[in-house]
Design a protein around this ligand. Structure first.
Ligand code: NAP
Length: 539
């Protein structure tokens, strides 16, 4: 089926839903939205593994664009679980009648720019071809799973479940011997819940992570009322805070504080739970290795207190990266799980998983583990995975995959030279990952849709970044990141979790407010760094 439209929106997660609402309902444009899943939710549609919940407080991890919406929705817990977040996104879809804009079960598989017509032709796995003047991708940053590094998965006799695509009907694990591979944020949330349900759990851990307490609890009605009373002010404070959450300001330096003061601050935030441990304690933790060592050692001490077997505790203590330089997972009873008789921790760094067999997992030294069920929590092809699988071909027949072969390039994380009128919401090079996602997404959707509005008003046919602006943005990303400890760690922030993927700075490492200020300057300066071509025809 062929259709011509003003804008194609990809995805029905936080990004796609808000983009569709803005373009269609506020700007009056004709929009076709495509979503691979059968319904809305994005990440929160797919990641329905036991224990899945957000780890930024729900009153902050939600849309801010409509005061009525934020007043009428009430979260039941401090950090909502996946079903409640999915219910929220369903509520948003219903409230703004967004479903009628979607083709569900429709994955974008090609996107080709036509220099003669100045339009994209978007192809899908259902055989649709949609021509559009603009495309907004909300395909997500951690949405495409990483391919397994070991062979034999297809030979395993039992079921293999992946955290990113957990079955809708929760599998019965009672009495089963379950193996979990992966101890990132997903594994760390799922492992305690799986241990409670199965007969025996084997956790295959390659790199131990620093994980700190989440401390979820029912939402406090007084706190909720206080936030709702001043929601716009709370959101403004969020947008001016490093992570997009208004945590208390940190003291400047862990090294200047006395050991007692350090301990007091770490204890306070450890007990409070959430990202305050990294952001509300000391301002130099992510910049100075000696400062970072103080929180790293504090965390290791707390792990040792909670794990009964000292040898197991040591296996769980990270020693190869700085605290917070891999995305900090938040945990609930994670460390205590290893005190159970029916849970075994198997280190696989020096003795890696070589093969999955019909009956379980075999390590390089030949040791085998017999399993009935295998769970993969092995992570994502982050930042670029969704876009490089869309078959994007820009000006002159050049593919995005070729342009990004040595690592992604973009301007503001929003657009890439040679791919006009294609907007990548929280794309590589944007403030994301270190910025509360719903707010990061709102900012970016607003930037993209404002750009589209500007083009229409001014009769511009195409818009794309200038090469020089893109190169300068790359320098800015590198300079910011290299002032911190992040590049010293192999993580998905750096593309380093995928063998062969170029290791580059994938995101804006800085405060949300600084990124927002950079974008505002660009806009105020007449979209500095973007090139426009004038239109013969307008939308
Ligand atoms: P991840 O952080 O990349 O963790 C993947 C895990 O799998 C790591 O422990 C990794 O070990 C391991 N692994 C990968 N390949 C392996 C192999 N061949 N053998 C053994 N182990 C292997 O992925 P994730 O846990 O899915 O989290 C990804 C991101 O999603 C998070 O960082 C976060 O941004 C988001 N997330 C958020 C929430 C939340 O909001 N609450 C929850 C879950 C996920 P190595 O470290 O050695 O590579």
């Amino acid at each position: 089926m062929h259709q011509d439209t003003d804008v194609v929106v990809i995805g029905a997660g936080f990004s796609g839903l808000y983009a569709l609402h803005t373009l269609r309902d506020r700007m009056g444009l004709d929009v076709v939205a495509c979503e691979a899943a059968p319904d809305v939710g994005g990440t929160w549609y797919w990641n329905r593994y036991p224990g899945a919940r957000c780890d930024i407080e729900s009153i902050h991890y939600s849309y801010s664009f409509d005061e009525q919406l934020q007043q009428e929705w009430t979260w039941s817990e401090r950090y909502a679980a996946q079903p409640e977040i999915l219910a929220y996104l369903n509520h948003v879809a219903d409230r703004y009648d967004l479903r009628r804009g979607y083709r569900f079960g429709t994955r974008v598989t090609s996107m080709v720019w036509d220099d003669d017509t100045d339009r994209w032709t978007v192809g899908t796995d259902t055989g649709d071809a949609i021509t559009a003047r603009f495309v907004i991708s909300g395909g997500g940053n951690v949405s495409i799973p990483k391919q397994p590094e070991f062979s034999g998965l297809e030979t395993f006799a039992g079921p293999v479940y992946a955290t990113h695509a957990w079955p809708h009907e929760d599998p019965d694990l009672a009495g089963k011997r379950v193996g979990v591979i992966g101890t990132g944020a997903s594994g760390i949330q799922a492992i305690p819940k799986i241990a409670e349900r199965c007969g025996h759990l084997t956790v295959f851990q390659r790199t131990p992570n620093f994980a700190t307490p989440l401390r979820n609890r029912p939402a406090d009605p007084d706190e909720v009322a206080a936030v709702k009373k001043d929601y716009p002010e709370v959101r403004a404070a969020s947008r001016n805070s490093f992570l997009g959450v208004p945590y208390p300001a940190p003291a400047p330096s862990a090294l200047e504080a006395s050991p007692e003061e350090r301990r007091r601050r770490y204890d306070e935030q450890w007990d409070n739970g959430g990202f305050g441990i990294m952001l509300a304690t000391f301002g130099d933790l992510l910049f100075d290795k000696d400062a970072n060592d103080t929180i790293a050692e504090y965390t290791r001490e707390r792990i040792r207190e909670r794990v009964t077997d000292p040898a197991v505790a040591e296996l769980l203590c990270p020693d190869d990266h700085a605290f917070g330089t891999k995305r900090l997972p938040m945990e609930t009873e994670y460390y205590e799980t290893y005190n159970r008789d029916d849970v075994e921790l198997v280190p696989v760094k020096r003795n890696p998983i070589e093969e999955v067999t019909a009956t379980g997992v075999r390590l390089a030294d030949g040791t085998s583990y017999e399993l009935d069920v295998l769970v993969l929590a092995t992570g994502f092809d982050a930042f670029t995975g969704a876009l490089t699988r869309m078959g994007i071909v820009g000006r002159g027949g050049v593919s995005l995959n070729d342009v990004w072969a040595a690592g992604p390039v973009s301007y503001l994380g929003l657009m890439t030279h040679g791919f006009p009128n294609l907007f990548t919401i929280t794309g590589p090079g944007a403030a994301v990952a270190l910025y509360n996602n719903p707010l990061a997404i709102e900012d970016h959707v607003e930037l993209a849709t404002r750009a589209i509005g500007y083009m229409i008003e001014n009769g511009h046919r195409t818009m794309e970044p200038e090469d020089a602006a893109q190169a300068a943005w790359r320098e800015e990303l590198n300079a910011r990141a290299h002032a911190t400890l992040f590049p010293q760690t192999d993580s998905w922030y750096m593309g380093a979790n995928i063998p062969g993927k170029p290791k580059v700075v994938m995101m804006y490492v800085g405060a949300a407010a600084e990124y927002r200020a950079s974008c505002a300057e660009v806009v105020d300066d007449g979209w500095r760094g973007f090139a426009f071509e004038h239109a013969k025809a307008s939308v």
